[in-house]
Every structure is written in structure tokens, then in C-alpha cells.
Ligand binder design. Structure first.
Ligand code: PGA
Length: 247
């Protein structure tokens, strides 16, 4: 069986100034030796410069969010077309911080995914349960429900990834056990196949939430884990590259 190429994406969140572009160059230099696909999703103000700096490397640049409309009176927002125009190739959609802090619903996430596809961006669609939901035994139901609501039919035949990020594992240092990750990723796979048929079998399912150099190999080699979405540990080239190397 051919192992699909893993995707390791760094989510810089609201971190990064001009000086941080040097860190991205260091990541690109080290990532050249990896078999993984590698992406950095910096704040949108850095997308254009980073995309130009990394143009001849294997690292692609992505955004962290877009509006679902192509243009208009939406103060502070950016459209998918703007992100693509700046040089982005991917975009994170529906991150739990967007869902929690900006009240994004599954329906809004689905519209953002459609807008991203229309602009030629590869979406990374995030799902994940809270600790209360996991303790109540509802994690699988919550996550598969989010998937059904957040993945529009327009994704059929398109390149996209799903990121499973338990909310309680993000930035906390806590991670699910390998068997909990595998159980969830199998449920996500079954949902993807149900929604998209054979195409759903090839969609990479990333794990995200406190991935770091010390746990990356175990997580990345778990069943149905097709890569990682990395927050804090993607800000430092040496840490991020250790994760890239573990893939
Ligand atoms: P973390 O964040 O790696 O800092 O936990 C992951 C994410 O939110 O994508």
C-alpha cells in the first residue's frame, strides 16, 4: 500500500511580525529534506511577503480564515480571492477559536469553504469537541455532526483536509491518548466516505492540539492520522522542523 503524503501545517494564529519572516525562511530551508507537504499559515498581513520569500521552496503559505462573500461592506474581513491574490494556496476554516470567539456556526464554515474553493484555495476544515462534550461521552457525535454541517457538497473531487482538534487539547499541553485519536479519526474517515464516497477515503485527516517534538512521532504514526495542524510549536523553526521530520 502506498502511504499518502502527510501534511504538516503551522498555524501561527495572531503571532508574527516582519522579523518572523526569517523564521519562515529557516523552516523552508529545513523542510526541503522532508517527505511531508508543509504549510505555514501566518497572520494575513504576512501572507504576501511570505509567499514571495518561499516561492521556490516546498513550503506553501496559507491563511487562517476568510469571509464567505467575495467583497463588500465587511469591515476588517478579507475574502478568499484576496488571500489567493496575496499568494496563499491553503486556508484554515472553522478553527475552534473562530467558532468560540466569533460565534462561527457549521453553516458559516460551509459557506467559507465554498468561497475558498471558488478562489482556488485548499481548505483545512477544523472540527473538535470541548472537554464538557468529551466527558459527557458526546465527542464522536459532536465531531461527526460538525463535519456533516461544515463540509459542503462542493468539496466532492476537490483537494481538502480535515483537522481534528479537541478544544481542550489546544494550547494546553494535554493530548488525547493514541487510541482516542484513532477512534475519532476512524469515525471521521467513515463520515468522509459516507459523504464523498471513494474520494472521502483519500482526504488527509490531521490531528491538532499540543503537537510538539516529543509527541509528534507517536501521533503522526497513529492509524488514520494524515498529518498535523500545529499551533505554538510552529512558531520556532527548530520545533516545527522536528515535527516535520517525524512525519
Ligand atoms: P497548539 O494549537 O498546537 O498550540 O495546541 C493547535 C491549533 O490551534 O491549531
Amino acid at each position: 500500500m502506498i502511504t499518502p503524503t502527510p501534511l504538516i501545517a503551522g498555524n501561527w494564529k495572531m503571532n508574527g511580525l516582519q522579523a518572523s519572516l526569517a523564521e519562515a525562511c529557516a523552516i523552508a530551508e529545513g523542510a526541503g529534506r522532508s517527505r511531508a507537504r508543509v504549510a505555514i499559515c501566518p497572520p494575513s498581513l504576512l501572507v504576501h511577503q511570505m509567499a514571495e520569500l518561499l516561492a521556490d521552496t516546498k513550503v506553501v503559505v496559507g491563511g487562517q480564515d476568510v469571509h464567505w462573500e467575495p467583497s463588500g461592506a465587511y469591515t476588517g474581513d478579507i475574502s478568499a480571492e484576496m488571500l489567493a491574490d496575496a499568494g496563499a494556496k491553503m486556508v484554515i476554516i472553522g478553527h475552534s477559536e473562530r467558532r468560540a470567539c466569533y460565534c462561527e456556526t457549521d453553516a458559516m464554515v460551509a459557506r467559507k469553504v465554498e468561497a475558498s474553493l471558488a478562489a482556488g484555495l485548499e481548505p483545512i476544515v477544523c472540527v473538535g469537541e470541548t472537554l464538557v462534550e468529551r466527558k459527557a461521552g458526546a465527542a464522536l457525535t459532536v465531531v461527526t455532526g460538525q463535519l456533516r454541517g461544515s463540509l459542503p457538497k462542493a468539496l466532492a473531487g476537490k483537494s481538502f483536509a480535515v483537522a481534528y482538534e479537541p478544544v481542550w487539547a489546544i494550547g494546553t499541553g494535554l493530548t488525547p491518548t493514541t487510541s482516542e485519536i484513532e477512534e475519532m479519526h476512524r469515525a471521521i474517515r467513515a463520515t468522509l466516505v459516507d459523504l464523498f464516497g471513494d474520494d472521502g477515503a483519500g482526504v488527509p485527516i490531521l490531528y491538532g492540539g499540543s503537537v510538539k517534538p516529543s509527541n509528534a512521532a507517536e501521533i503522526l504514526h497513529a492509524a488514520e492520522v494524515g498529518g498535523a495542524l500545529v499551533g505554538g510549536a510552529s512558531l520556532k523553526a527548530s520545533d516545527f522542523l522536528a515535527i516535520v521530520d517525524a512525519a
